[in-house]
Unconditional design. Structure first.
Length: 129
């Protein structure tokens, strides 16, 4: 399994089994992070972290404060696709990090990005599942 990033009519394939997605909340300016796994049944969230709290950002029940972050495990079934859209209100988009590197996605307010599990086909081509 790999991760396909679809943006601006192009697909980028990352040969990864896991990634971290992070962003800054557009109103409260508080950092969020989510750890995801790429599985045959979809993208599975493993853990989420919030660097504080604020309006609409209360840590869920069962969260633990660890190193300044509220840490919890969201109860969510695997997702076929994640659609990311930046508000443009924070001056940055989404940051996607793998064990190899990090990249910024969707910095402009009009940018829409889709993340999907995919498989490498013949000659290295990728196909979203």
């Amino acid at each position: 399994m790999s991760l396909c990033i679809l943006a601006a009519g192009k697909t980028v394939t990352l040969a990864v089994a896991a990634f971290t997605l992070s962003w800054t909340h557009s109103v409260e300016k508080i950092r969020w992070q989510e750890d995801w796994r790429v599985t045959p049944s979809g993208l599975q969230i493993v853990e989420a972290r919030i660097k504080g709290s604020g309006a609409g950002m209360e840590p869920p029940e069962g969260s633990v404060l660890r190193d300044g972050w509220w840490v919890y495990k969201p109860e969510m079934r695997p997702q076929r696709r994640l659609v990311l859209a930046a508000s443009g209100a924070t001056g940055e988009g989404w940051t996607l990090c793998t064990a190899q590197d990090c990249r910024e996605l969707g910095k402009a307010a009009s940018d829409t990005i889709s993340l999907e599990p995919c498989e490498l086909g013949p000659e290295g081509s990728s196909q979203p599942r």
